[in-house]
Each structure stands twice: as structure tokens, then as C-alpha cells.
Design a protein around this ligand. Structure first.
Ligand SMILES: [Ca+2]
Ligand SMILES: [Ca+2]
Length: 410
């Protein structure tokens, strides 16, 4: 079935209440071919074989360390990714009560630490509003670093190995930079660090702003310079603009999405700083050529959610246009989706002079569209062909293997 026929089928379907299944290969392989065909792999700047902004090989960024194998954001996880060959390690930063930057994906410690099993902290459990949304748990800003150090990291994803739960401490940003320095010396290569300021406005409101402590710590390790192997990332542009005024480090604007609809369109939220400032624009608005031009005034690159580059549509939908279980495994996930033709975001961003580092690449089949046939290497290959400048991966080893294969097959 060609794409036009698929759309007709979906349109007809929307009127009735029956469901329809289409073959992932019919839809996705067409998209894969379109991706490869539309890209001139040779960089006009360097004549190199990559269609990246600078013509160099795409970076492998060890997203949260090695979360596919060890609990997120642990020194052991970062070290494992470095030993596998990752170019960058990626700590998410939140603040303790005493103003120390630690690596956690959320200010709420509930999902990624064993805090719930510490009776001495039972009375710290409370509700808090993070970026306008109320949640309950234990919040890093209620704990001193000394108290945080009595906790241990746990794996938040139930289908990933839990064998190392309770083993590792929560690292500080300082410890991570020390590890980076030591490993760079030992391995004879400069390992990059890619810190993310989590919920910048939330931290500013607590009187625990992340920006200055982050820059001061980079300075302490002689990394406060434009050519340092550092990218600072944020989902808010307001604090990137602030960072621009206090450090020469390279900055990356992250662009989030809420969901991909069954038809492949993306439900794009507003950045929290835009919400606060009554700016009506969404992340999708910032990915137009005009939005990208604006981003270039305060950042060196963008970190978009993957579907903004290559989206997907449901292989089977119901009369209400909702995705159904297409492969019959009683679950609805990526395996029930087929990728569609790539967007022009990478080309548009490159035209604006911006790097494109896409997130998040994962090995588990439930995160892989049907066309990739349960093989994450196929997904990396498509994004490398499209000219992505870097990939945030939960499995740096697989991303590196995919990069080696991509280079070998040139
Ligand atoms: Ca992150
Ligand atoms: Ca399914």
C-alpha cells in the first residue's frame, strides 16, 4: 500500500468504527528510502562523508550514564559509558538544600533513589509544585548533601536490570567532573560533559538557582571556555540567555513533545518559561525556520525530541483515530507504529547554523518503531543518514557500534 492509499484508508476509517491494519514495511521502508535519498551525505563544508553541520561524525552522548545496565546518574554508570567509548556523559542537575549540584533526573527523589525505605526521612514526604504541576514525594531541596549521601540509586524502569539497586551513591557534579578529568587523562582523550539544568525557574524560586554554581564548578575544572568539551542544555531559553551572559560555554536548547498522535502529528507543549511569560509559542513553533533563527541568537544547537525529526503513525487505528495493538502482543507501543517521511528540521537547523542532538535512543524493542525490526542499529543508521550531529543514547555501546558500522559501510 502506498502512502496515499494509506491516508485514504485512514480517512475512510475515521468515519466508521472498524479498525484497519497496514504493513509497517509498506509505510516505513518508503520513509527510510526517502530519508536516505533526500540527504547528500557529503558535507558541503568539508567534503566529509557525514551530513552533519561540521562534517564530523555524530557524537554519542551517554544519556544519564549507562541506564540500560546500571541505575541512572551514578559514577559507575558514567564510567561504564566512558569505557565503552562515549564522547560525552550527560548529568541532569538538581540542587540540594545546601546548594550543591547533584545528578538526578528529577528534583523528586522518589523514583530514582531508595529514599522511601529510609524511615528517618518518612516525615520529609510532601507535596510540591514543579513547573505548575503538583506531585508528591521527597524533594532534593529538602535534603542536605550529607543526607543525600546516605541514599542509594535505584533503576526507575521496571523492565531494566535491578541487580544494582541500592549499591551506588548519588554523585555531585563536582565528583562527575573529577571522574571526567581522571578518565580523560587515563584514556588519553578528552571526554565531554553535557550538563542539563533541570527546572531552572523552579530552582530559582527556591533560592537555589543552578546557573552560577554550574558555571563556577566548570571554572574550577578549567572548563569555563568556549572550546571546552562541554555543552550546557536546558528546556528553557530564559536561563540559556542568562548562561550566555555568564559563560562562554556552548549551549543547547532542548525541545520537548507531549505525544505523537496516531496520524504522526505532534502534540507540542509550551516551554515553562514561555508559560510564565505569557508567550503563546510551543516547542514546535521554535522548530520553524524563524524559530530556529531566534534560537541561534542564544544557543549553539538544539536537542529535539526524536519525532520532531522523524515521526511515526499508528499501523492500526480505531474509529476515534486512536492507535491500536497492531502486532497482537496485547500492548500498544512503538512496535505498533511506522515511521513516516523525515521532517526538514535537521536541514533547517543546519541552515541556521545550529547543531542537532536528538533524544532519546533506546535498545528495548518497545521503543523501536516496527520498521526497525527490533534492531536499534537500524534506527541510528536512519538518523546518521539524515545528518544528526549527536544522539542522546541510554545504550552508548550500541550507538557506538552503529556509528562504527555506518562508517564502515560508507
Ligand atoms: Ca537530560
Ligand atoms: Ca502491540
Amino acid at each position: 500500500m502506498n502512502k496515499q492509499k494509506l491516508w485514504v484508508a485512514l480517512a475512510v476509517l475515521a468515519l466508521g468504527s472498524v479498525s484497519i491494519a497496514v504493513n509497517a514495511k509498506d509505510v516505513g521502508n518508503e520513509a527510510l528510502k526517502a530519508g536516505a535519498k533526500n540527504v547528500d551525505r557529503k558535507s558541503p563544508a568539508t567534503g566529509a562523508v557525514f551530513a552533519t553541520l561540521n562534517g564530523q561524525a555524530p557524537l554519542v552522548i551517554a544519556h544519564r550514564g549507562s541506564p540500560g545496565y546500571l541505575p541512572d546518574h551514578t559514577l559507575a554508570g558514567y564510567a561504564r559509558a566512558i569505557d565503552a567509548g562515549a564522547d560525552f556523559i550527560e548529568p541532569d542537575l538538581v540542587s540540594t538544600q545546601d546548594g550543591v549540584l547533584i545528578a538526578r533526573h528529577e528534583p523528586n527523589l522518589k523514583e530514582t533513589t531508595d529514599v522511601a525505605s529510609h524511615p528517618e526521612f518518612a516525615n520529609r514526604k510532601r507535596k510540591a509544585v514543579v513547573d505548575g504541576r503538583e506531585e508528591e514525594g521527597w524533594f532534593a531541596s529538602d535534603f542536605t548533601l550529607a543526607e543525600i549521601k546516605t541514599l542509594r540509586a535505584i533503576q526507575p524502569m521496571p523492565d531494566r536490570a535491578s541487580a544494582y539497586n541500592g549499591v551506588y551513591q548519588i554523585p555531585t557534579f563536582e565528583e562527575i567532573l573529577a571522574l571526567r578529568e581522571q578518565k580523560s587523562k587515563a584514556l588519553g582523550r578528552e571526554i565531554g560533559v553535557y550538563p542539563e539544568t533541570k527546572h531552572p525557574i523552579y530552582h530559582q524560586q527556591l533560592g537555589l538557582a543552578l546557573e552560577q554554581p554550574l558555571v563556577s564548578m566548570l571554572d574550577k575544572f578549567k572548563l569555563k571556555r568556549k572550546d571546552a568539551p562541554v555543552f550546557i542544555q536546558s528546556f528553557e531559553s530564559a536561563n540559556l540567555k542568562l548562561l550566555r551572559s555568564i559563560t562562554p560555554n556552548k549551549l543547547v536548547y532542548l525541545l520537548d513533545g507531549t505525544a505523537v498522535r496516531a496520524d504522526g502529528s505532534i502534540d507540542a507543549p509550551r516551554p515553562y518559561d514561555f508559560e510564565r511569560a505569557d508567550d503563546p509559542r510551543t516547542y514546535a513553533d521554535m522548530l520553524t525556520p524563524q524559530g530556529l533563527k531566534e534560537i541561534k541568537t542564544f544557543a549553539d544547537g538544539i536537542g529535539p525530541w526524536k519525532p520532531y525529526l522523524v515521526s511515526w503513525q499508528a499501523l492500526k487505528i480505531n474509529g476515534a483515530g486512536q492507535a491500536l495493538d497492531a502486532n497482537g502482543d496485547q500492548k500498544i507501543d512503538q512496535r505498533d507504529m511506522a515511521i513516516i517521511k523525515p521532517s526538514t528540521v535537521i536541514a533547517d537547523a543546519h541552515k541556521a547554523g545550529l547543531l542537532v542532538h536528538a533524544y532519546t535512543f533506546r535498545n528495548e524493542p518497545r521503543f523501536l518503531a516496527a520498521n526497525f525490526e527490533n534492531n536499534p542499529v537500524n534506527e541510528y543508521r536512519l538518523f546518521f543518514e539524515l545528518g544528526v550531529d549527536g544522539v542522546f543514547s541510554d545504550y552508548a555501546d550500541t550507538a557506538l557500534q552503529a556509528r562504527r558500522m555506518f562508517i564502515a559501510n560508507q
